[in-house]
Ligand binder design. Structure first.
Ligand SMILES: [Fe+2]
Length: 257
């Protein structure tokens, strides 16, 4: 079985036995895929409490009967994520966070439970309207404090709580196109964090187009897929029959409502 769910932001209680009882009957050959904003690899200079908390939750996930997979969102520590060793797994490249916790890298195609899955993480942050501070500046904490005094709380700090790698580079975009071409642009499922331009516009007019939503729009028009699951917009809603926004819901893949 493959289940899909939305953003976790380092809070994984929705995968507990109480809230996801189906999980108790799964095996490591069953998968729960998180559509970005995993958040389990987040802190930069970890103090003792942060490290213990993060280690606890990764071990907690690893001990679950199923295998946890995720694409990256905008709220990940992309520097730390990229430092994990890369390996080939079920046809595509992953970062292995723990034995059964894996990051599906951008533009890779995986064969799972007889299904072909195209994974592509990343998204633009929407919570930076007050700006991005430079985390390498010696006084960034003071600048942040002054901003908060002024009521400017929609800011993030580069290298601390925001990473420019939230959007893909040309190599990652091309990697996705090359891998899709190997399968004649035909997959069973697509997993991403944000949606394509047209699907995003159906959710709200508030979200700006960027090079990733434009790329996804190209894929939406050229790739054959049964269902596309994504997160990012913090809601549970079938935007179309095939384009499905997930947040709290944990849905068996292509099971419908
Ligand atoms: Fe999120």
């Amino acid at each position: 079985m493959i289940y899909v769910t939305g953003d976790c932001h380092s809070e994984f209680e929705k995968l507990s036995s109480d809230r996801f009882p189906e999980g108790k009957h799964l095996t490591k050959d069953d998968y729960v895929i998180i559509c970005g904003d995993f958040g389990g690899i987040w802190w930069n200079s970890m103090d003792y409490v942060q490290r213990k908390t993060e280690d606890y939750w990764i071990r907690w996930l690893d001990k679950k009967p199923f295998t946890t997979l995720f694409v990256d969102g905008n709220h990940e520590n992309h520097t730390r994520l990229a430092a994990y060793p890369v390996e080939q797994w079920h046809g595509g490249r992953v970062h292995r966070i723990a034995d059964s916790v894996l990051h599906l890298m951008r533009g890779e195609i995986f064969e799972l439970c007889g299904k072909r899955i195209f994974a592509f993480g990343g998204a633009s942050s929407h919570d930076i309207s007050d700006g991005i501070l430079d985390g390498s500046a010696p006084d960034w904490r003071r600048q942040a404090w002054l901003m908060e005094l002024r009521g400017q709380v929609m800011y993030r700090v580069k290298g601390v709580s925001w990473w420019e790698e939230e959007l893909p580079d040309e190599e990652e975009l091309q990697n996705g196109l090359d891998n899709l071409a190997k399968y004649n642009n035909c997959v069973d499922y697509i997993i991403s964090h944000c949606a394509s331009d047209s699907v995003q516009a159906m959710i709200s007019g508030d979200y700006a187009s960027d090079r990733l939503t434009q790329y996804f729009e190209h894929l939406r028009n050229t790739v054959q897929y049964d269902a596309w699951y994504f997160g990012h917009y913090h809601d549970d809603c079938d935007i179309t029959e095939k384009d499905i926004l997930l947040y709290h819901e944990i849905r068996a893949i292509n099971s419908g409502k």
